[in-house]
Ligand binder design. Structure first.
Ligand code: ATP
Length: 352
């Protein structure tokens, strides 16, 4: 079942939690809502679930307007960060709970519970209590419980947030495989970009109650639409400068960026990722930046350099492959020259 949000807004007192959000989630998609704490992810999820009422806007399931429907009538399955399993019920009773309260026949419940135990690969554990399961197993049971009544949409709020890193990693891959099997339209909230990129078909990046960008993981990584997305994805150098007719001036350096001709005469911030900076021992032209090596960290698959620009004293981070680093002497205190590749420019007054 597809989901469509049209101009959805929500305020709490004076605080705007969601500001005219528009989003379409096609049937069968696994979508991640990604953003920092307070960006509105959970509020959006709760509005889709019917657990929160929007101030304005419309929520559609397929072509059906469900804005006024209660949570129960929306046929959504919900999984929360904290397992919310009933402690006094066994795994099988937990999974079958939703069907039981709807008055489904016992044989039917048993059949569905067996099917779900098989799906979550926990056959044989049906008589255990939640306290006798690991955190990862409990979340799988919570997911089976959410799926029991065959929801049209599955909503997951930081489903792996309370688990340790290794279990999280395993469950991500598990969720991906599970989704490939069941293909229920699913939306999950996370503040972890690695998780979003690894699991989701598409990712929605949220900030301050608004959607900054929607796209496939590689589109978002390779083409961040806004300064916020660049910075949220982390690990990026910012250079303040001025652009005029495709020529970007950064301190003593001038770069020719013909594709940026749209920015006529403006103060800008240029974004360059650490691995998109090349280093060399000799200057060779006005498009390189002179810098002093402050720190070298070679403990890892890449060599990380902390550099200080000679012209304005600002810092930048560079990442080199071992091979690149072996071709140049990298001693702290030495001068080197850097060349910026794949520079992305935003005007200075672009909201971050
Ligand atoms: P987190 O990752 O921390 O859960 P989030 O992106 O999911 O963050 P929301 O939980 O949607 O963010 O909250 C968005 C903003 O709305 C926050 O600033 C929060 O304090 C505020 N908010 C959410 N629910 C309420 C409420 N019931 N009353 C008042 N303010 C609320």
């Amino acid at each position: 079942m597809s989901i469509m949000l049209q101009d959805v807004s929500k305020t709490f007192g004076n605080f705007i939690a969601l500001d005219r959000v528009n989003l379409e989630v096609p049937d069968g998609e696994l979508l991640a809502l990604l953003g920092p704490s307070g960006s509105g992810k959970t509020t959006l999820l709760r509005i889709i679930a019917g657990l929160e009422v929007a101030d304005s806007g419309t929520v559609l399931h397929g072509s059906e307007d469900i804005t006024e429907y209660s949570a129960r009538d929306r046929k959504v399955g919900f999984v929360f960060q904290h397992y919310a399993l009933f402690r006094h019920m066994t795994v099988a009773e937990n999974i079958g709970y939703g069907l039981r309260v709807r008055g489904a026949p016992k044989a039917k419940i048993r059949e569905r519970v067996d099917e779900l135990l098989n799906l979550i690969r926990l056959e044989g554990l049906q008589t255990r209590y939640p306290g006798q399961l690991s955190g990862g197993q409990r979340q799988r049971v919570a997911l089976a419980r959410a799926l029991a009544a065959q929801p049209r949409v599955l909503l997951l709020d930081e489903p792996f947030g309370a688990l340790d890193a290794k279990v999280r990693q395993e469950l991500r891959q598990w969720l991906r495989r599970l989704h490939e099997e069941i293909h229920v339209t699913s939306i999950f909230v996370t503040h972890d970009q690695e998780e979003a990129f690894e699991v989701a078909d598409r990712v929605v990046v949220m900030n301050n109650g608004r959607i900054e960008q929607v796209g496939k993981p590689d589109e978002i990584y390779n083409h961040p639409a806004t300064p916020f997305v660049y910075q949220f994805l982390g690990n990026v150098n910012r250079f303040h400068g001025h652009i005029r007719e495709g020529r970007l001036r950064l301190g003593d350096t001038e770069l020719h960026l013909p594709e940026q001709r749209g920015l006529k005469d403006a103060d800008v911030v240029a974004y360059v990722r650490p691995h998109e900076i090349k280093v060399r021992a000799q200057s060779g032209g006005s498009s390189v930046i002179a810098a002093i090596i402050k720190h070298v960290n070679a403990a890892g698959p890449l060599v990380r350099l902390e550099l200080e620009r000679t012209d304005d004293g600002s810092r930048m981070t560079v990442e080199l492959t071992k091979e690149e680093s072996s071709q140049i002497s990298l001693q702290p205190g030495c001068q080197i020259f850097v060349e910026l590749k794949n520079v992305r420019v935003f005007s200075e007054d672009h909201p971050v």
